[in-house]
Design a protein around this ligand. Structure first.
Ligand code: AHM
Ligand code: MG
Length: 336
């Protein structure tokens, strides 16, 4: 059967990025090397997440480390793996992680041009019940790699060179944009490679799903409350939307990207800046959504125009299908 024939021309993520870089004669392969180290971290975390339940119950071989210490918490482990992989790539000069209070400045001999912001294991409260989690990352360029400063990671989302996420779900998927659309790669565990399975992802211009923690409705502001009400009781003759909320940003945004709709983590009276972090949650996801033809809005501006002043700053976020975001923008504009 032709359809069952083995594929022999494998478009791996490395090959894909090499192809893209060949369009830029000034590129020297540094980006490809950096990305390969991010991919390594994702493969490690994928494996660790899948074994997490077993490791706890059975004490799987390999769960105690060389010093004989008990297994680290998975988010701590994931962070260590990414920090070490990024530093050893020799292509980074400053890093910002959700797990570290301060930015990490790379020692002079290992420095490269790139600055990486990341959340090594987002949604980690979901791990103990085997629900999907993910890694989120964004990549900037340093002004001067010999003298990295906080300003090199505190850049506006408009300066992102690349961003993406890895979803540890029913399959492991890495979604990446280098500023030229969005591509999705699925890990083939038998060969340990991410293979291009979702080329040139475009988010549907309108969706049938909204995704938010509706348990916070009591504390919402009026535009958010009105918007969600209109999802449930549309006045324009359209059908009500479905609600889907996993509580793992990577999983909720990934579904929004593929099926369309809107993901909201708004401001509320308890959390006036929302919950999600600008640098390593809001900006990378907004970048991917825009690159796929969608929009990302904070309640008063385009999310990619945010300029964080601290590495753990938060912002409200509404992202997803172009037309759905237009509606929430109109509601916020009406209250100004
Ligand atoms: P975390 O970084 O502590 O894991 O929190 C981020 C997560 C996101 O993945 C998710 O969108 C959000 O928190 C869910 O928050 P809530 O439980 O308030 O709905
Ligand atoms: Mg997080």
């Amino acid at each position: 059967h032709a359809a069952e024939a083995q594929r022999t021309d494998l478009m791996t993520i490395t090959r894909h990025v090499l192809n893209e870089q060949s369009k830029h004669p000034e590129a020297h392969g540094d980006f490809t090397i950096l990305l390969n180290h991010i991919v390594l971290g994702c493969k490690f975390v994928c494996n660790a997440v899948q074994k997490a339940g077993l490791a706890k119950l059975l004490g799987l071989a390999g769960v105690t480390n060389v010093q004989g210490e008990a297994q680290k918490k998975l988010d701590v482990l994931a962070n260590e793996v990414f920090v070490k992989a990024l530093i050893s790539s020799g292509r980074t000069c400053i890093l910002a992680s959700e797990e570290n209070e301060e930015a990490i400045v790379v020692e002079p001999l290992k420095r490269g041009r790139y600055c990486v912001v990341f959340d090594p294991l987002d949604g980690s409260s979901n791990i103990d019940c085997s629900v999907s989690v993910g890694t989120i990352f964004g990549i900037f360029m340093a002004k001067d790699k010999e003298n990295p400063t906080l300003d090199d990671v505190l850049q506006s989302g408009k300066n992102l060179l690349a961003a993406g996420y890895c979803l540890y779900g029913s399959s492991c998927m890495l979604v990446l944009s280098t500023g030229n659309g969005v591509n999705g790669f699925t890990l083939d565990p038998s060969i340990g490679e991410f293979i291009l399975t979702h080329p040139d992802i475009k988010v549907p211009s309108k969706g049938k799903i909204y995704s938010t923690n509706e348990g916070n409705a009591k504390y919402w502001d009026e535009p958010t409350a009105k918007y969600v009400e209109s999802c449930k009781f549309p006045k324009d003759g359209s059908l009500p939307k479905s609600l889907r909320y996993i509580g793992s940003m990577v999983a909720d945004v990934h579904r929004t990207l593929l099926y369309g709709g809107i993901f909201l983590y708004p401001a509320d009276k308890k959390s006036p800046n929302g919950k999600l972090r600008v640098l390593y949650e809001v900006l990378p996801m907004s970048y991917v959504m825009e690159q796929a033809g969608g929009q990302a809005f904070t309640g008063n501006q385009r999310a990619l125009e945010l300029l964080p002043t601290k590495i753990h700053d938060r912002s409200p976020i509404f992202l997803g299908s172009y037309d759905d975001i237009e509606e929430i923008k109109a509601l916020y504009a009406a209250t100004e």
